[in-house]
Design a protein around this ligand. Structure first.
Ligand code: FCB
Length: 508
């Protein structure tokens, strides 16, 4: 279940890493000053603090977007030469997905490009973030491109350009070709080279018309949930697989970046990271230290290798041999990203286990970190706390610690399962409120100096929410999964007005 990623250090490090590795390996955890500042700033923020009696303008040329991912919307899982992905295999395994749902058809977007395009136009979007299915483009995980896939994505890109909507491509949103999983998957470092080949293939096929690319979507989510927690594809539960998968992804990020730049030197290349403010539960030294470690694993584990050629100091106790680090790897992981993509939904409250917990639980003695979602704000139907100031906190912190990088908000959104009323209208006022408040926080961060280029709502459509199947609706558009009929929700209409004015309406 997705909530588990918030409890990452608690469950993963307590249940896995500590159990699998000798105690001596866990001594000497470093403390990063950047993390210290980051974790202490935001605890007292209140959701309404960014309200404004005036309209709030956004910078000229700001990208108003929405995001989707191939497996969550495309369907056509075995059509036109597409290869099997780890998500096809996982969803077809009984018991893995809520209600036995699969992405076999999902939103049928593979066959409904023009309907999806019409929604984007109706919402006045000028950016659409979508992912390419690796096994659709390169079914064997190596070798030539599938021409039908190239045609498909070309049609989408051409239609977007025609509609003056920026195509913003994610190269990997979790659907590894199953053949590559059979060869070891992400824990196999050779997958980094496979990824670089695939990136080059995609850049050659589509890069004449696409300038903005994301290498990965949320590396920590798919490595953790796929290789340690087992709740996502490929459903593995191994601490060593997890650590090695993380390292391969960091290598792949470097290799993919250089492959893309070599093929398309003017491309703008980033990666989309799930971020969260890791707030210490109390002001004690132990909780603050735990929060620094949580911050390192949540926010920096895939960013510092790219931008600084190192792993975060607070996690320096992960043994290099278990991770599989070789001497030249730190250079290979470097990827001077043109921008940082931030997916942001909630904050994380971090505490150190009590002395008794640590004494009775050797795992918590070894990695004393407990993480949970905040409890003060309202909850979405997914159980995630709505806490807008977290967006301000994270964005200003990244701006400060990484020398004012360009930032794209690549995802933010909420699950509310409101359906059509008697007149067919979907009155999802809570979703409007969510985006309004998060955008207010973002506007304040821009005023305070952050270089934010765009905001992408998750999601364009209600879709297949991974292990939750179709039980969670995040869309600005309602999808009737029986008929595939799409209906703009009230939030979609509201977003259309904001995008058209390039401004947030005054708070009433
Ligand atoms: C993000 C994922 C996206 C979707 C939303 C709700 O973490 O990137 O695919 O599942 O959560």
């Amino acid at each position: 279940m997705r909530l588990t990623r918030r409890e990452f250090a608690h469950s993963a490090l307590a249940a896995g890493i500590a159990a699998a590795l000798p105690a001596t390996l866990f001594s000497g955890c470093g403390v990063s000053n950047a993390a210290r500042t980051a974790t202490s700033a935001s605890a007292a923020s209140h959701p309404a603090q960014f309200d404004s009696p005036f309209e709030i303008p956004f910078p000229k040329g700001f990208f108003w977007g929405a995001t989707t991912a191939a497996y969550q919307i495309e369907g056509a899982w075995n059509e036109d030469g597409k290869g099997e992905s780890i998500w096809d295999r996982f969803a077809h395994t009984p018991g893995k997905i809520r209600n036995g749902d699969t992405g076999d058809t999902a939103c049928d977007s593979y066959h409904r490009l023009s309907e999806d395009l019409a929604l984007m136009r109706a919402m006045n979007l000028n950016s659409y973030r979508f992912s390419i299915s690796w096994p659709r483009l390169q079914p064997a995980g190596s070798g030539p491109a599938n021409s039908k896939a190239v045609d498909h994505y070309s049609r989408l890109i051409d239609a977007l350009l025609e509609a003056r909507i920026r195509p913003f491509i994610t190269l990997y949103h979790w659907d590894l070709p199953q053949v590559l999983q059979d060869a070891g998957g992400w824990p196999n470092r050779d997958t980094a080279s496979r990824f670089a080949d695939y990136v080059e293939l995609a850049a050659r096929a589509l890069g004449d018309r696409v300038s903005d690319w994301l290498l990965f979507n949320e590396p920590l989510t798919f490595t953790y949930e796929g290789y340690l927690d087992g709740t996502h594809a490929p459903g593995r539960k191994s601490i060593f697989d997890f650590l090695r998968a993380c390292h391969t992804v960091n290598l792949a990020q470097g290799a993919g970046f250089h492959a893309l730049k070599a093929t398309r030197p003017t491309a703008r290349v980033g990666t989309a990271l799930l971020m969260s403010a890791c707030e210490p539960a109390t002001d004690t030294e132990d909780d603050r230290r735990a929060a620094e470690r949580a911050d390192a694993i949540s926010n920096l584990w895939f960013l510092e290798p790219a931008l600084k050629g190192r792993y975060p100091e607070a996690l320096a106790f992960f043994p290099e041999t278990a991770i599989g680090i070789k001497s030249a790897d730190f250079d290979k992981m470097r990827a001077p990203l043109d921008f940082i993509g931030i997916n942001l939904y909630y904050r994380t409250i971090v505490s150190a286990p009590s002395a008794m917990e640590r004494l009775t639980n050797p795992q918590q003695w070894l990695f004393p970190v407990k993480m949970e979602g905040g409890q003060q704000g309202p909850k979405t139907d997914r159980g995630w706390e709505v806490w807008p100031s977290v967006l301000y906190d994270v964005v200003t912190r990244i701006t400060r610690d990484f020398n004012r990088p360009q930032i794209e908000i690549t995802e933010s959104g909420c699950s509310y399962n409101d359906g059509p009323d008697a007149n067919g209208v979907i009155r999802d006022a809570r979703r409007i409120e969510y985006h309004r408040q998060y955008l207010q926080a973002l506007a304040r961060a821009i005023t305070d100096g952050a270089d934010i280029r765009g905001y992408h709502a998750w999601s364009l459509l209600d879709n297949f929410e991974w292990a939750e199947g179709f039980s969670q609706r995040f869309g600005l558009t309602y999808v009737d999964f029986k008929t595939q009929q799409r209906t703009l929700k009230e939030s979609g209409k509201w977003y259309a007005k904001v995008a058209a004015r390039n401004a947030l309406p005054a708070s009433t």
